[in-house]
Design a protein. Sequence first.
Lengths: 222, 222
Amino acid sequence: MGEVIARLAMSLDGYVAGPESGREHPLGIGGERLHSWVYGLRTFRQMQGMTGGETGPDDALIAEHVARPGAVVMGHGMFITGEIPWGDEPPFHAPVFVVTHHPREPLVREGGTTFHFVTEGPERALELARAAAGDKDVSLAGGADLVQQFIRNGWLDELLLHVVPVLACGGRRLFDNLGGLGDPDSPRDSGHRHIEWEKTLVLDSPGVTHIRLRAPHTVSAE
Amino acid sequence: MGEVIARLAMSLDGYVAGPESGREHPLGIGGERLHSWVYGLRTFRQMQGMTGGETGPDDALIAEHVARPGAVVMGHGMFITGEIPWGDEPPFHAPVFVVTHHPREPLVREGGTTFHFVTEGPERALELARAAAGDKDVSLAGGADLVQQFIRNGWLDELLLHVVPVLACGGRRLFDNLGGLGDPDSPRDSGHRHIEWEKTLVLDSPGVTHIRLRAPHTVSAE
């Protein structure tokens, strides 16, 4: 069975989207700044159906990451903000399982992306994605709420953070609502735990610092 | 005139202290975890009046940083939680200007540390610290509230972050309350700005990733 992996661009102050993210501003106001380092890379351009672009360590890291998933899990909020900008050929090129409360027939797009709408919760979406991915990995695309849910439940195996040296000063935080982890019957579970990660790679570039982390396990903090 | 510098250990999710920080838990519950990488280093041990300890890149970075300040600015909360644990010879070895609402005679400790209590606000504390430091730098010791105030006012020249690969899941965030920067009469100042930093150094060690940042300047995000 493959692993569950995610990659997210994050400001120094922990935001993955600017304020007022939604249909009008898919990345939130100013949120494009978090991704400016990636737009020129060859792998990113290829995913958007474009040619050319820069190669080098940043591109190699992204290429390695995006080759791994055989299926994608995504939150409803990310789907509704992305549906229009992604256009006819979304950059996933794999089945995408959208966690939603709204039943809908699968949406088949070009380039191998089909959106499946799963109304039985994130665990069921993950189960379906694992089955679709086979031996390959499952990519957790976001948004932040769903990533938090995966972290709380211990479902995420690897996280590749792209830390951008800017303070967004507002928007959607990646790491939030993580208190009260673990056994809900334990009196220790009042937010006084922390989650240790294994840092497996740090790759620094002028505009971004990549930090790859493995398999969190929860530790009591007292 | 010297610069204003700060160094802070921060969890991946942005916390510089665990929950319930105060006299009982100076670093917050579990907050020691953020500093475990530093306790064994020679420079840190020297500051505490101890001998021995590890040398190497981490230690060299800390040694370079702690040699710079000629005076320190500190918030009242940090002073009251630190006063007892720091003991007779606090690790500052320089005049410390505490921003507080409570007037008090200067408190002279051993090893060159004298705490001065400044009731005229942080700008006045910084002015006094600059005068005391002469050509040397001023160290901003914390806590988070005071660092935020310095960032909002553009008083901080350099920030050395020690990013520890753990999710604290609660406590005191370093980067918070930074919305609404700049001219308060401008309708743009509703949190939709970001602050660009220049990343001048990334040094990775097994237990910590050091990121040094220079002189933020504010950019409109739209």
